[in-house]
Design a binder for this molecule. Structure first.
Ligand code: WT7
Length: 645
């Protein structure tokens, strides 16, 4: 397979200016594995400390005793590192460049202004009673105030839990109660692609289910007239007028929690991934600098939403810790036209663009002309994240968007990893379209088979990471046992990623996708169990099984097999109702693409659903159903095949 791969050399222009060339990569990588303490002890100094650390790495993946701490006796504050320390030299540099949904709307916030905004926001939170260690839920549009709120939490030592604005009130309620948030920060409404999302209304509905909320801070975005509950809700601008624009940063221990981010797993409800202060920041900042070959004059744009980890690490924390200009985009790639991304690139002279394969594929589908009619001359580096990028989309991104001039960094990582673990470095790595290539410094990927045997050389199997890195999640919030079971039980002593991976003879990594019951829809993670429980919550449904199937634009689509209660008619109308029901329970990203009514599901005699068979049918691999003789009732498979949609 590797013979047919089209290799792209490191461009000469990059070789000259890049922070890390290929020799330096080899040297630094080798050292990072040989002497993690020396290596990270040095790179831990890239952030400012209040009290310097003397310990570097205290980590163990030992079964039953997983514990992860980095730089643990040091103290610092994330907002000091993202703001205050830049003021002397970069006070007037633009920190956040905001591009609104409407192309006429934009804002530039300098580091000095960011300082005042974040201090003010922090004082508002304090005035609401938020203190060190409290959890604040942030349910916001992509506006600068979302970043202000995050940094304000960091400044006063509160943990934030950002919930993507596309999640439903029910999903929001679960995430509010999951971490006992007393305070929610939201906006009146969000605006995306010209459409309104009623955030405040959703918060009200969520609070009806989640009893813990005492205060709601509402940022005005559209100015819509929204219901305000007296004594509980207040507008941010009113509260801000009462407080000052200076707020001292709390001294935080290195391992103090920074944020919780809920993410879907293979079982149960989403879990609260916990990231802490110093290790996370060191890792986010360092990967951001090296993977994107960041220079002081770059205008960097990551198109993610702050509701996902990509937004945390590579819109807010990494770039701001590095004193970069980070562009924050409120809109969507196809509004007002499919040229929007490229128009924004030209308008703000973006030099680095980081986006997702699903967006690339969708825009590729619109043809070259909408791209060609823009200049894009400012671009020098492109990035991809969220799911495997197919070589065809990679080549289009490279040839059409980047005019053959810009390397592409295909960055593999996860909510749990805090930052990028496998990726090219643009000045060091020859590129193979579709491969995330090689590990970042300090990262020890291994490929293992089902018996936990470590495979050598060119091979394919499951991807594990053999040792800790500073950006690693520390625990599942409030449930350390679940943390150990989820990530350290399949391959004791190693972190299991949930991904399959092939490694070629050059040591390049090719992520093959999830090997567990997580599906990746447009780069967003969805647990099949969550969609199933939403479906069975409908009174017509007796049983449901959900699998992923290949989808041209989304990467994977959601295929749901639904068994109805006795006597319920399987109609088109009901199918629509069920899709609407899932949207309402979780959010639009969880909408099933296909619902197949199934009188029975393929089960073993012990009652376990054979998902392998359901996956094959959804993928239309009907010749590969395998042995069905162990099923309690093999005839259900014939019905499923006959009624495939
Ligand atoms: C899963 C993690 C990391 C931020 C966005 C998603 C898939 C992510 C790549 C890539 C192939 C990728 C994996 C991973 N994934 N990046 N470059 N190539 N697959 O974060 O929601 O935690 O999802 O996304 O399957 O396990 P997430």
């Amino acid at each position: 397979m590797s013979q047919s791969v089209h290799i792209h050399d490191v461009p000469e222009t990059f070789k000259k200016r890049a922070l890390i060339g290929s020799h330096r990569y080899d040297e630094m990588y080798a050292r990072s594995l040989k002497d993690p303490t020396g290596f990270w002890g040095e790179h831990g100094m890239r952030i400012d400390w209040i009290k310097p650390f003397t310990r570097v790495k205290d980590t163990s993946f030992a079964p039953g005793a997983v514990s992860i701490a980095w730089f643990q006796d040091g103290t610092t504050n994330v907002s000091l590192n993202c703001i205050d320390r830049h003021l002397a030299e970069r006070g007037d540099k633009v920190a956040i460049l905001w591009e609104g949904d409407d192309p006429k709307d934009s804002r530039r916030i300098t580091y000095r202004e960011l300082h005042a905004e974040v201090c003010r926001f922090a004082n508002v939170l304090k005035a609401q009673g938020v203190a060190k260690g409290d959890r604040v839920t942030i349910y916001m549009p992509m506006i600068p105030e979302a970043a202000f709120a995050m940094l304000a939490c960091a400044r006063i030592g509160a943990m934030h839990s950002v919930v993507f604005g596309g999640f439903s009130p029910d999903a929001l309620a679960g995430r509010i109660t999951g971490c006992d948030s007393r305070v929610v920060v939201t906006a009146d409404e969000a605006l995306r692609g010209g459409r309104i999302v009623p955030l405040k209304k959703n918060v009200d509905a969520a609070i009806e289910k989640a009893g813990t909320v005492e205060r709601v801070v509402v940022v005005k975005r559209t100015g819509a007239d929204v219901a305000m509950v007296a004594g509980r809700d207040a507008y941010y601008h009113d509260l801000a007028a009462e407080v000052g624009a200076d707020c001292p940063a709390e001294e935080m221990e290195a391992e103090a929690p920074l944020f919780i981010l809920y993410t879907s797993g293979s079982t149960g409800q989403p879990k609260g991934v916990l990231h802490t202060t110093a290790g996370y920041l060191v890792y986010a900042a360092m990967t951001h600098q090296y993977v994107f070959d960041l220079h002081d004059d770059d205008v960097y744009w990551c198109t993610a939403d702050v509701g996902w980890v990509t937004g945390h690490s590579y819109i807010v924390y990494g770039p701001l810790a590095n004193g970069a200009t980070t562009l924050m985009f409120e809109g969507v790639p196809n509004y007002p036209s499919v040229s929007r991304l490229w128009e924004v690139v030209d308008k703000h002279k973006v030099t680095i663009l980081y986006t997702a394969p699903t967006a690339i594929r969708a825009l590729m589908g619109a043809g070259d002309e909408p791209v060609r009619r823009t200049s894009r001359a400012s671009l020098r580096l492109l990035g991809s994240v969220g799911e495997p990028i197919n070589p065809e989309a990679w080549e289009w991104y490279h040839r059409v968007v980047g005019e053959g001039r810009c390397p592409i960094v295909d960055t593999w990582w996860q909510t749990e990893t805090g930052g990028i673990l496998i990726s090219p470095l643009p000045g060091a790595t020859r590129l193979k379209p579709g491969s995330a290539t090689r590990p970042f410094f300090g990262v020890r990927p291994e490929i293992v088979d089902a018996e936990a045997k470590v495979l050598e050389g060119a091979c394919e199997g499951n991807l594990v990471i053999a040792d800790s890195w500073p950006g690693q999640m520390r625990t599942v919030y409030g449930d350390h046992k679940r943390f150990e079971e989820t990530y350290f039980s399949a391959y004791p002593g190693k972190y299991f990623t949930g991904d399959g991976c092939r490694r070629d003879a050059d040591g390049y990594h090719w992520i093959t996708g999830r090997v567990d019951d997580v599906i990746n829809v447009s780069g967003h993670r969805m647990g099949t169990a969550e969609v199933e429980s939403a479906l069975v919550a409908h009174d017509t449904v007796s049983e449901a099984a959900v699998v992923g199937y290949p989808h041209d634009v989304k990467g994977q689509g959601i295929y749901a097999y639904v068994t109805l209660m006795a006597g319920v008619e399987p109609t088109e109308g009901l199918r629509k109702q069920l899709v609407a029901h899932v949207r309402q329970e979780i959010g639009p990203i969880a909408s099933p693409d296909v619902i197949q009514f199934a009188p029975g599901l393929p089960k073993t005699r012990s009652g376990k659903i054979m998902r392998r068979i359901l996956r094959k049918i959804a993928e239309n691999e009907l010749g590969a159903l395998g042995d069905t003789s162990t099923l309690a009732d093999p005839s259900v498979v014939d019905d499923l095949v006959a009624n495939r949609r």
